[in-house]
Design a protein around this ligand. Sequence first.
Ligand SMILES: [Zn+2]
Length: 82
Amino acid sequence: MITCPVCCSEYVFVSSLCPSCVKVKHYMSCYSRERVISILDNVLSRTEDKQDNKIKLEIKEEIENKQYNLRNKQIKRGTETN
Ligand SMILES: [Zn+2]
């Protein structure tokens, strides 16, 4: 039994990372390691009340782009459901 090499707070048996760190790894594969670190740096260096505002600003454009792309795909397939 060893501890997770990333968070050092959970024990791992079979996998090399704990479930929480696997989730972080998944985000890095989706958004790139640099993007995840940038968001963490920009958000976590603020007070909690300002973190919410920064989270909204940081991910707002990405969410809007994903919604735009999804809508375009639906329009091309003729499956738009307004
Ligand atoms: Zn971990």
